[in-house]
Design a protein around this ligand. Structure first.
Ligand SMILES: [Fe+2]
Ligand SMILES: [Fe+2]
Length: 240
């Protein structure tokens, strides 16, 4: 949960009365593209989740959270905006905690490390290469805080009803933090994405991140099929 003494981002609500902001148009674009996606791309979770997939999913999520803590931590050495420094430093702690929560959920299932677990190439391109890249704060948060956190929140909320109670409780701790990360991304983009050139750079990052996320979700389903958990030629309907 978000501790009460943290520096909270502005919620941007006072900007909602007039024309949609650039940020809002980016969110609307992502919502539309997600709605237009094939079921396998729109969601990781088109089938009931058994124990083997749960371990696979938690391993993926632990890897994602660890990498987020690491690459956002590296950005702090190159973040001149004082508000961004404070907010992103808080996010580093959150993502490290999320990694720990996922590892605890894995430990309850007998998995104590990710050493024997290998990410798919699409996940490395998306999470290890693309997210850490970005020339400045707006490019970084456009990819991770806007596009990535939107996708993560959507996935968490979709999958949660299908999880065992202990993992649902894990997600109950993670989801408010991810919503905080969305809000801080909104604040930083509305404050620092000001010129047409800025907006063009942000839009390019949003679009490319969405494409990589979609490829990552397809790779997840391919991996589950290879493990015998899903049959790609006989897709089950979306669970939602
Ligand atoms: Fe996280
Ligand atoms: Fe996050």
């Amino acid at each position: 949960m978000t501790p009460p003494d943290r520096t909270e981002p502005d919620d941007g609500a006072e900007d909602d009365a007039g024309e949609p902001s650039f940020y809002d148009t980016m969110v609307a674009t992502l919502d539309r593209r997600r709605a237009e996606s094939a079921p396998d791309e729109a969601s990781f979770f088109n089938r009931p989740m058994g124990d083997q997939e749960l371990v696979e999913y938690l391993s993926f999520q632990a890897y994602y959270e660890l990498r987020a803590a690491q690459f956002i931590g590296r950005w702090l050495a190159d973040t001149p905006e004082r508000d961004a420094l404070v907010l992103l430093a808080q996010q580093v702690e959150d993502e490290a905690n999320h990694y720990e929560y996922c590892m605890r959920a894995l430990a309850r299932r007998g998995v104590t490390s990710l050493d024997g677990w290998t990410p798919e190439p699409e996940w490395e391109e998306w999470i290890d290469v693309w997210y850490p890249s970005g020339a400045d704060t707006i490019e970084r948060v456009a990819a991770h805080n806007l596009t990535g956190e939107l996708g993560a929140c959507q996935a968490f909320l979709e999958i949660k009803p299908r999880l065992p109670l202990d993992v649902q409780k894990t997600f109950d701790r993670i989801i408010p933090d991810e919503q905080f990360h969305l809000k801080l991304g909104r604040q930083l983009l509305e404050r620092y994405c000001v010129t047409e050139e800025d907006c063009a750079r942000v839009e390019a990052r949003v679009v490319r991140t969405f494409e990589l996320e979609q490829a990552g979700r397809l790779a997840y389903n391919r991996r589950m099929a290879a493990l015998g958990i899903a049959d790609l030629d006989d897709p089950t309907p979306p669970f939602a």
